[in-house]
Ligand binder design. Structure first.
Ligand SMILES: N[C@@H](CCC(=O)N[C@@H](CSS)C(=O)NCC(=O)O)C(=O)O
Length: 262
């Protein structure tokens, strides 16, 4: 009996080691340590929204909220007793309308955030390497153009993770055929600003169309079929992608240029 429980403990330790799980690491949801983290999904547009909050100050941020999920986001924030201070957009989305405008109406301390390079209207415009502090932590904003000119990736050093928007998707990347997209620029952004992070850091995408939720720098360096290629092959691959335009592009772009419903 003693032997088998020791065996079980050893096996469990090995499993957590192989998952690289430390108390500090978060996957889909966590509330241990000083922070709360949630990965939320909009099934209609396959969009991920991320909630990060500081447990002590109760200050919270949402990355890439979706308009149609505002009731969900409001409920979670209120149930957890959080103050939403930033509704952050990784870029001007073409496939869905941001929830930023509606969230601002429901949370009076909430400010909309987007990159300066996006040329969109917002309360806060970020430039490369700006820090966005909340509670005792902060997000670092990195310019990662290529999918759009104004795309930003948000690096959360305390969580050892980054939110890549549509620059890097799991085993994929954002399309580069509209909104000033440029595949060479995207390749250089992803390699220099995202895949240069420590290999075990977690990467959370803006969308997933295949049922996956999280990856790591190392996994993408090895397995990303687009980005592990030399740049010239990547550019050719992106030229041949030929995806249909997003269904909601005509509704989404003008509203997202002013950070959602006003
Ligand atoms: N079918 C969806 C849009 C799918 C799409 O184009 N996704 C974009 C991100 S949102 S602009 C993308 O970059 N996809 C890359 C890929 O390889 O799929 C809709 O109609 O909304």
């Amino acid at each position: 009996m003693m032997k088998s429980s020791a065996h079980l403990m050893r096996a469990m330790r090995n499993i957590s080691k192989s998952l690289n799980y430390k108390n500090k690491r978060f996957y889909g949801a966590a509330s241990q340590g000083d922070h709360i983290f949630r990965q939320l999904f909009d099934i209609r547009t396959f969009t991920y929204t991320y909630l990060i909050a500081d447990k002590t100050s109760k200050d919270a941020v949402l990355i890439d909220p979706v308009l149609e999920q505002t009731d969900r986001d409001e409920s979670i924030l209120k149930q957890l007793g959080l103050n939403l201070i930033y509704a952050i957009n990784t870029h001007v989305h073409a496939d869905h309308v941001t929830g930023s405008g509606e969230l601002k109406k429901r949370f009076r301390n909430c400010q909309s955030v987007i990159s300066k390079a996006s040329n969109a209207k917002a309360d806060i415009h970020l430039e490369n390497l700006n820090s966005l502090p909340f509670g005792s932590t902060a997000l670092e904003a990195r310019n990662t153009p290529g999918h759009t000119n104004g795309c930003m990736t948000f690096v959360w050093h305390d969580g050892e993770m980054a939110f890549t928007g549509d620059a890097l998707l799991i085993r994929g990347c954002g399309r580069t055929d509209f909104q000033e997209g440029n595949s060479e620029t995207l390749y250089n952004s992803v390699h220099s600003q995202i895949l240069s992070l420590p290999k075990n850091w977690l990467l959370y995408p803006g969308h997933d169309y295949t049922g996956q939720s999280v990856t790591t720098v190392e996994e993408e360096l090895i397995n990303n079929p687009r980005l592990r290629q030399p740049i010239k092959d990547f550019v050719k691959f992106m030229e041949e992608l030929k995806l249909p335009y997003p269904r909601e592009i005509e509704r989404a772009l003008p509203l997202n240029m002013v950070c959602g419903l006003q």
